[in-house]
Ligand binder design. Structure first.
Ligand code: HAM
Length: 399
């Protein structure tokens, strides 16, 4: 009988995060959290399982009908893996509406699931920063939310020319004939000829829209803050049914990576689904897959991110114990230290340290054991510093 082996591949369209990928993910999440907190946004979270009915009432028909992962649980309830966070946060805010002090500024980094055809920038599971502000009717909310998105791009070291903020208004789009919004939503997937033909089916006059006062006002306030790469774009519609006002998307200007990096807008009526009171809301979602592609395309990813600052390399196995003692002393001073375990020679240990992007090594042998003095070596340029464990810890704390 031949033994059947299991595939080491993950499920189609989802990712494993090996340490190098996880380090990049942590870097992205770190920037998201830092900037969101800088704007006074509080972090929340929820389960990835939701009752299916949360999505059937008011969201994108394409996502609900074609892209959700839905199953029946053992109690015959229909359950869906969240395809986005907005219905969940609307449910949570509505649930405690009376106890919460508005305006609320909330953020979360959930993983969301969409059954899409996996391709560059599109996977079946991605993480999404969601930042939303609740209880503000005026467009100061839009300006803040877009400024927050812009500052995230800046915190990733992007320049104004690297990305573009495209803004439109659902109020304006609602003046177009029936069928216009879904058609515009699919426009980027069509040739201009296909679009013209489809447009003729719904209207006798060619497609035009000119900027309205509300959108103009938002663009002016953004420009006054130095956000000069925001513009009116009549083709931005956003696929979800719940948007009621300003909608926006951020695009990479590099044609290689022509994907939306963030998308969001105002959705003033979504909370009504859970009761009679209206709560104004504005927010956006920003995906980890598309921002990583953006950072790679523009050379903005940190080159090496290591979990370990110093690796201790015993000359032979008999010095492992001495290395352990030194490791304990350094860890007590908050230094990240790993001891090499194994029988490899020093040269090969250094190769391992290099591959793991470790910054420093200390070789531990007879001399170190007898004198309790060590030599800290920086792998990048070979510079050395000698000293006791304490002196080495001080040196490491200052780099
Ligand atoms: P969305 O445009 O569907 O909006 O998604 C937001 C962002 O998530 C996109 O711009 C993109 O970066 C990323 N994204 C979406 N689908 C995928 C995918 N299949 N693979 C990788 N990345 C993807 C929303 O979800 C709204 N709920 C955002 C929002 C929050 N509106 C108001 N508040």
């Amino acid at each position: 009988m031949t033994k059947k082996t299991l595939s080491t591949e993950p499920y189609k369209g989802v990712r494993d995060f090996y340490p190098d990928d996880q380090a990049i993910q942590n870097h992205i999440f770190g920037v998201w959290k830092t900037v969101a907190r800088r704007y006074g946004y509080e972090e929340y979270n929820a389960s990835l399982l939701e009752p299916t009915e949360l999505y059937t009432s008011k969201t994108s028909t394409e996502i609900v009908n074609e892209q959700t992962y839905t199953f029946t649980d053992r109690g015959e309830r229909s359950v869906t893996l969240r395809p986005e966070m907005t219905p969940t946060v609307a449910r949570m805010v509505a649930g405690k509406r009376r106890e919460l002090s508005f305006p609320l500024r909330w953020f979360s980094i959930p993983n969301v699931f969409r059954y899409e055809r996996p391709q560059r920038g599109r996977l079946r599971e991605h993480w999404q920063l969601n930042a939303d502000i609740f209880g503000v009717e005026s467009t100061v909310a839009e300006v803040e939310i877009i400024a927050l998105a812009y500052d995230i791009m800046k915190a990733f070291s992007a320049k104004n020319g690297d990305f573009e903020i495209r803004i439109n208004n659902r109020k304006l789009l609602n003046t177009l004939p029936n069928g216009a919004i879904p058609l515009l939503d699919k426009k980027t997937k069509m040739s201009s000829e296909e679009f013209e033909n489809e447009w003729k089916k719904i209207s006798d006059t060619p497609f035009t829209l000119s900027v309205d006062e509300e959108t103009r006002g938002v663009l002016d306030k953004l420009a006054a803050r130095g956000i000069t790469n925001a513009l009116f774009d009549p083709h931005i519609v956003r696929g979800f049914d719940y948007y009621t006002g300003i909608v926006f998307e951020i695009f990479d200007t590099d044609p290689q990576n022509n994907r939306s990096l963030f998308g969001g807008g105002r959705y003033d009526n979504l909370l009504e689904l859970f009761g009679d009171e209206k709560v104004s809301a504005v927010g956006f979602g920003m995906g980890d897959v598309t921002i990583r592609d953006f950072l790679e395309t523009h050379g903005l990813l940190p080159k090496t991110i290591s979990a370990t600052t110093v690796m201790l390399c015993p000359l032979s196995m008999e010095f492992t114990e001495t290395a352990e003692t030194l490791a304990r002393e350094l860890r007590a001073q908050n230094i990240s230290v790993a001891v090499y375990y194994g029988e490899k020679k020093i040269g090969d240990q250094i190769k391992i340290a290099d591959k793991k992007h470790v910054t420093f090594i200390i070789v531990v042998g007879d001399e170190e054991k007898n004198s309790s003095r060590y030599t800290l070596k920086k792998l990048e340029d070979g510079t050395e510093t000698a000293g006791t464990a304490d002196e080495i810890a001080k040196k490491l704390s200052s780099v």
